[in-house]
Ligand binder design. Sequence first.
Ligand SMILES: NC(=O)C1=CN([C@@H]2O[C@H](COP(=O)(O)OP(=O)(O)OC[C@H]3O[C@@H](n4cnc5c(N)ncnc54)[C@H](OP(=O)(O)O)[C@@H]3O)[C@@H](O)[C@H]2O)C=CC1
Ligand SMILES: O=C(O)[C@@H]1CCC=N1
Length: 264
Amino acid sequence: MSIYFLGGGNMATAIVAGMSKQGGYDIEVIDRNLEKRQHLSSCYQVRCSEKLPTLNADDVLVLAVKPQDMQQSTAGIELNGALVLSIAAGLTINTLSQFLQNHQRIIRIMPNTPCQIGLGISGLYAPSNIDTADKNLAENIMRTTGEVVWLDEESAINRIAGISGSGPAYVFYFLNALQQAAIQQGFSTKEAHQLSLGTFKGAVSLAEQSGTEFVQLQKNVTSKGGTTFAATSVFDQHQLSQVVADGVAASVARAEEMQQQLAP
Ligand SMILES: NC(=O)C1=CN([C@@H]2O[C@H](COP(=O)(O)OP(=O)(O)OC[C@H]3O[C@@H](n4cnc5c(N)ncnc54)[C@H](OP(=O)(O)O)[C@@H]3O)[C@@H](O)[C@H]2O)C=CC1
Ligand SMILES: O=C(O)[C@@H]1CCC=N1
């Protein structure tokens, strides 16, 4: 069995990194950019090529190009019954099946970039025609990159894209905002980076290791009439929680809109 990646960009690289670390998979990445192929084959135990070969039923094809590139990229592919795993946002099983000459052996996955270091979290959805062996195969592949959550309806892929798929970008956004605020307070860029990252690392590990609810952990930092309360009161005035909820809703809505726009 070989695992082929169509597209060797950010997300495919993150998954390949996780899989390579575990080892035991025969992986080939297809990308049209020479630079990306050279980078992938020099960093990981993978073959790279420009064109997808003819597949067979034992193989797995991971569709990892941008949703807008998918129809053109999959034209003429000879699957011969191979299992298809699509990580694309906004492309339903039905749409993918039409792109792939009515192929029916398709599982959808919504991963995220921390897969690169084995700390990803991926949502998986398989329609009812997919057998347990294929589900196990997809799950085992994604487990090499982190946690796996099975979703019982396809629309949940759009919703999980808005939380954990796009989510690392939200965290980096907040990290950058904290770093910029630290610079405004007179710290050097390097100090501001260290302070922001150290705060996130400590807080996330504390949340994980203590198992305490996030709200309680926030309370534990917040002394009555103290500095934290002064800061979070400003967040509340600006309705930061609602801003986050609105951002997530916009992400989910965009996935749904893409679904409409990209359907044949
Ligand atoms: N990035 C993320 O965090 C996540 C992404 N996804 C999904 O993963 C998919 C890939 O996203 P991402 O990795 O960010 O995108 P990238 O643009 O980084 O990667 C796609 C790669 O595929 C190449 N490519 C496009 N068409 C072809 C083709 N016909 N043959 C060979 N190579 C081709 C692109 O080349 P070129 O640069 O020349 O276009 C590019 O190198 C998307 O569908 C996205 O929805 C899902 C979850 C998270
Ligand atoms: O931004 C995107 O469309 C992709 C899907 C989830 C994360 N990145």
